[in-house]
Write a new protein. Structure first.
Length: 156
């Protein structure tokens, strides 16, 4: 196989973008002291990009790329399951957001690998918005509607 410098540059840009978007998600998880942080999510994202790039490079058609994407989703499901903890006595589950972040990191990496950098950047911005502001919004909504769920009449 010949080494094409222009293709190598494109590949490097796609992998670097995947690394960057995964790392951005991971920094948020690290700041919240979650088990899957910057290194994990950067690796998940870049690994997904590399798998898609390899399949595209060897000339895989849409069906082959679809199988690669399916494999990524299944593999990342195992990683996500590893960060989810169920606390039966308190009837609560922990780690769902980190598991979802791992899944998103994989999809962002796949988008980068497929050359869909604009999709990856836009989805990263939306995901970061959810991670940064979503908790505050959830707590505000819970506080606002807590009385209703406890049987009190709604405030007017």
């Amino acid at each position: 196989m010949d080494f094409d410098l222009s293709q190598a540059g494109t590949t490097a840009i796609r992998l670097a973008l995947a690394l960057l978007v995964g790392a951005l998600l991971g920094v948020n998880r690290d700041l919240h002291r979650k088990p899957a942080g910057m290194r994990t999510l950067a690796l998940v994202s870049m690994g997904s990009a590399a798998l898609v790039l390899v399949e595209l490079d060897i000339g895989g058609g849409a069906e082959a790329v679809s199988r690669v994407l399916q494999g990524i989703v299944v593999g990342v499901g195992f990683l996500g399951a590893g960060v989810i903890i169920h606390h039966e006595p308190e009837r609560r589950v922990e780690g769902l957001t980190t598991a979802a972040s791992t899944w998103v990191a994989a999809t962002l990496g796949a988008a980068c690998g497929a050359g869909e950098g604009a999709v990856a950047l836009l989805a990263t911005a939306f995901t970061m918005s959810i991670l940064v502001f979503g908790g505050h919004a959830e707590r505000a909504l819970e506080k606002r509607f807590a009385n209703r769920s406890e049987g009190s009449p709604p405030r007017q």
